[in-house]
Design a protein around this ligand. Structure first.
Ligand SMILES: [Zn+2]
Length: 190
């Protein structure tokens, strides 16, 4: 399972690609861009809220890779955020915002399925609560980071795994930015 480093950078890249500003550079002010990108990183990491109970115990995996890593949870949380947004600013929360939320929160599950998994439960309960079965990762594209105890965080293996995530995350975000540059030159942004 990837760490917030890759999830966050991937979220930022996807948000940059999907943001509806067709000007280049794509955000008119850094402050505005920072808020959108920060929010996107947070949304892409959202299923990992299940680390929090473990954080209190110093063992992050206590409740990790459970119901928050399911399609039903992603749909429910995205719908909940969309409804709150819709009540707050109806003009801003239409179909596009719904797709934006689904893609960002859903990216988490896709990325976790493309990361090495070295600890049980293997895979994620994609179809919970309808099925308890864990769907195993499809392909170990990124190395797993070690988070059994807080003391493991700074280990050499971890620094290597997080360094690879940082490089891959920056490459992904850069790819999103380049793709957007490509299509905003040809036609209006999505
Ligand atoms: Zn996760």
């Amino acid at each position: 399972m990837a760490s917030p480093v890759f999830h966050g950078l991937a979220g930022m890249g996807l948000a940059y690609a999907m943001a509806g500003d067709k000007r280049l550079p794509l955000f008119s002010s850094l402050r505005k861009a920072g808020a959108i990108l920060g929010m996107a990183a947070l949304l892409a990491c959202l299923p990992d809220v299940d680390y929090l109970p473990g954080l209190a115990r110093g063992y992050l995996n206590t409740t990790h890779q459970q119901a928050t890593h399911s399609v039903a949870w992603v749909l429910m949380v995205s719908a909940g955020i969309w409804l709150v947004g819709r009540a707050w600013r109806p003009a801003r929360f239409g179909g596009r915002a719904a797709a934006f939320l689904l893609i960002l929160v859903g990216s988490h599950l896709a990325i976790d399925l493309l990361t090495e998994d070295r600890l049980a439960p293997y895979g994620i309960p994609l179809w919970a609560p309808f099925s308890d079965a864990c769907v195993p990762g499809l392909f170990a594209g990124l190395p797993a980071w070690d988070k059994t105890s807080l003391a493991d965080m700074g280990s050499r293996d971890n620094l290597r795994a997080l360094g690879i995530e940082l490089g891959a995350g920056l490459a992904f975000a850069g790819g999103c930015a380049m793709a957007k540059r490509g299509w905003t030159r040809r036609k209006a942004a999505l």
